[in-house]
Every structure is written in C-alpha cells, then in structure tokens.
Design a protein around this ligand. Structure first.
Ligand SMILES: Nc1ncnc2c1ncn2[C@@H]1O[C@H](COP(=O)(O)OP(=O)(O)O)[C@@H](O)[C@H]1O
Ligand SMILES: [Mg+2]
Length: 210
C-alpha cells in the first residue's frame, strides 16, 4: 500500500502554478502534515492524491488503495444518532455482530477521549468532540487512504488542542494519513511534514520534498 507522487505540479486555467516538482512517497504508519499558507494548494493536493483532480504535470500513483475517506473542517454527523452509533456502523457494515461492533466502537471512543459521551446524540456534542468523533469514525472505516482537511480550522485553541491530541493517536498500520493544516500544533502532532511553500515556483529550482 503506497502513494507515489512524482514531479507533481498543478495550476488552474489562467492561474499561476500552485506548486511544481513535488516528489513524495506516502506509506501507512505515518501521519503526514501538509502545510503552506492559505491558497498555497493544500486542498488541491488532497484532491490530486484522491484522484478527484487530474494533475497538470507529473503523476500520482495509488498502489493497493481502494477505499479513500475524507474528514472535513466541519464535522458532519447524523444529528440524532449517538457517538457510539457513528463508530459502530463501519464495523456493522463489514458484517460484525452488534455486540462486537459496539465493543470495537467503544474502544475507539476511549482512544479518542470520547468514552463519556458514547451515548450522547451527535447534535449534543461540542465542536471538538464532534471532530474527534469524525476522526474515530474514519479510523473505524479502515480506508487505505485518509485525507483530513484543516481539522482544527473552526475550533478555539483549547478545543483544537483536544483534536491535535487525537491526531497523535491516529497513526495506523493499515492507513496512509495526510492532514492539510495551517495550525502549527496540528503539524507538530504529525509524524512527517510536507511544506508546500517549498514547492512554489519562487523557490524553484532546487528544493524537493524528502
Ligand atoms: N476549481 C478551481 N478553479 C480555479 N481555481 C481554484 C480551484 N480550486 C482552487 N482554486 C484556487 O487555487 C488556489 C489554491 O486553493 P486551495 O488548494 O484551496 O488552497 P489551500 O487549501 O492551501 O488554502 C486558490 O487560489 C484557489 O482560489
Ligand atoms: Mg484548503
């Protein structure tokens, strides 16, 4: 399972290059922080990694990746379903019996600091709890590739910190995780760092991702 990015560059029609000459190898077990100023192309790169967008230059190859999940900056849950329902569902969908799905769901809630709100409806959760639940649900779904776009953008500082703590617990041997962020604490919660600022045309030629 791997994503190979080679000499990737992208520009929208009649716009300057967002980034060029990007080389990356993304593998499971890591949590990659994708940083750069607003407008530098972080969300665009996520879309390129997912294959939603075709690159103008270079290639993105996804090896042994069939399921891709996204977590967006606003948590999208089912208002009257409990936190536990949200994380148990992916296990049920894979055919686990209810009892087992709830056990596995509950251990994920514990890992993300949500055990106390397991039986609360989604609409009663705070912003930080909702966002941590989205991360827990994404892990429960076991995608090979998980893309997270600005998970703390809508949160105040202390709530963002809760989410960043959860991010340090995200790494998984079965999932490649990429998080676009301009929050330095989110970046520091990740295991690897890709800075798009180093791939903007002004910096070229010379710099390449390692
Ligand atoms: N579909 C599109 N067509 C034209 N321009 C776009 C499109 N999507 C994004 N852009 C532009 O590309 C730039 C990078 O956007 P984006 O990837 O969202 O940056 P970031 O996520 O780093 O803030 C922005 O200037 C944005 O306006
Ligand atoms: Mg963005």
């Amino acid at each position: 399972m791997r994503v190979d990015v080679r000499t990737l560059g992208h520009q929208f029609p009649d716009r300057p290059w967002l980034f060029r000459d990007l080389d990356l190898v993304l593998v499971p077990g890591h949590v990659y922080a994708l940083t750069g100023p607003s407008g530098s192309g972080k969300s665009t790169l996520l879309a390129l990694l997912a294959g939603w967008l075709a690159p103008q230059e270079g290639t993105v190859e996804r090896h042994e990746i069939s399921d891709i999940s996204w977590v967006f900056q606003n948590p999208h849950g089912t208002p009257r379903r409990t936190a536990l329902d949200h994380v148990a569902l992916p296990f049920l969908a894979r055919g686990a019996p209810v009892h087992e799905a709830e056990q596995d769901g509950l251990s994920l809630l514990v890992r993300f600091g949500l055990a106390d709100v397991a039986h609360q409806q989604f609409r009663r959760l705070s912003g930080g709890e909702g966002q941590r639940l989205m991360l827990a649900r994404a892990i429960a779904a076991r995608p090979q590739l998980l893309l997270v776009d600005e998970p703390t953008a809508q949160l105040d500082l202390s709530t963002a910190r809760e989410v960043n703590d959860a991010i340090t617990r995200l790494a998984s041997p079965q999932t490649i995780i990429v998080i676009a962020t301009h929050d330095p604490e989110t970046r520091d919660s990740c295991t690897d760092h890709v800075d798009l600022a180093h791939h903007q045309p002004a910096f070229l030629p010379g710099t390449r991702a390692r």
